[in-house]
Design a protein around this ligand. Structure first.
Ligand code: TXA
Ligand code: MG
Length: 310
């Protein structure tokens, strides 16, 4: 998609006034505001109906800007070099001198940061004098938005502007890794753990369902399309939407395929898109066939399990 400079200018003007807009990222759309502004961050929480204790992730253009706000370490530098900009979020210690709004962090001493790859958002970030706080642009605990229409569906006229960026290429949220001590995965996402392991050359703790909730994305009820979901289903009911990993010969209008040939990257890109589509078609429930629990299949299963706790 081409960069429309007039749109970038409009986005900047609104953000400079501490107002919020939606922005495209390669993972999912974000609900963005100036991360240094208490007012902008308050607006994000209000619009999203997000509980105050759930901190916002912050998006930077480059490492130079990040250095002012966070303490960097070797693991971070290695992963940054290999994967950024891209679908990975780092939890780091804040510097005492950081200008990040305490509303954004809920007064925590840590910050979740990301360098999004989407070229339209990068163009915008490059022109701003501040990083962008931007949680996923969906109502709290619902399915994330992967198109500007999805964002409109959730926020309607309450949101002044959506920076159009086409459909999100990855379509599922970033992988979150806590790098303050021993690397620990807090959320499975669009970047496979095996790739991270190769760079850090060590085993990584996975802490996505802890007893004590550290990241609210770890809550069981999350990513919910608002209708019941049954998992690992072979026999579907007639009035149920049926999600399959790949196309099969039998054609039914209630069958939805995550990918033509069962490719997991494509499947994760299509997951939220299809969940929203099914909801719009007014199905009352969803059955999902078994998804292999390998690579990005693990991320897909993680989201489906949480969505099924509805
Ligand atoms: O791909 C993504 O990460 C998207 C796009 C828009 O960048 N953003 C996203 O934001 O998924 P959100 O707010 O829906 O999920 C971010 C997660 C939340 O579960 C939040 O609790 C967690 O990151 N988080 C934020 N700050 C944190 C911190 N300091 N420590 C641990 N977890 C944190
Ligand atoms: Mg979210």
């Amino acid at each position: 998609m081409k960069i429309n400079l007039a749109n970038i200018k409009k986005a900047k003007k609104i953000l400079d006034k501490s107002d919020c807009i939606a922005v495209p990222t390669e993972t999912v759309y974000g609900l963005a505001g100036n991360a240094y502004s208490d007012n902008a961050c308050r607006k994000i929480f209000k619009l999203k109906k997000r509980p105050k204790y759930n901190p916002l992730i912050v998006h930077y253009y480059s490492i130079h800007a990040l250095k002012k706000d966070c303490q960097l370490n070797n693991n971070f530098l290695r992963l940054y070099k290999k994967f950024c900009p891209g679908p990975i979020t780092f939890v780091l210690n804040l510097k005492k001198t950081s200008k990040i709004s305490k509303i954004a962090t809920n007064k925590k001493k840590t910050l979740a940061v990301r360098f999004p790859r989407h070229k339209i958002l990068r163009k915008l970030l490059e022109q701003l004098k501040y990083p962008l706080a931007a949680p996923s642009a969906n109502l709290s605990s619902k399915v994330s938005a992967v198109t500007s229409d999805d964002v409109k569906e959730d926020f309607g006229k309450k949101l002044k502007f959506i920076l159009e960026g086409g459909r999100s290429a990855i379509g599922i949220e970033s992988t979150i890794i806590d790098l303050r001590n021993k690397p620990k995965i807090l959320r499975l996402g669009g970047l496979e753990i095996s790739n991270i392991k190769k760079i850090l050359k060590r085993n990584i703790q996975i802490n996505i369902n802890p007893k004590k909730i550290f990241t609210p994305g770890q809550f069981k009820l999350h990513y919910s399309p608002g209708i019941p979901i049954r998992l690992n289903i072979k026999k579907v009911k007639d009035d149920e939407a049926y999600i399959l990993l790949k196309k099969i010969k039998k054609r039914n209008k209630n069958y939805f395929y995550l990918s033509k040939k069962g490719n997991l990257k494509q499947a994760s890109k299509n997951l939220y898109f299809i969940l929203r589509k099914i909801k719009k078609k007014k199905y009352k429930s969803i059955a999902v066939s078994k998804i292999p629990n390998i690579g990005l299949g693990k991320t897909i299963n993680d989201r489906l399990i949480r969505a099924s706790k509805y």
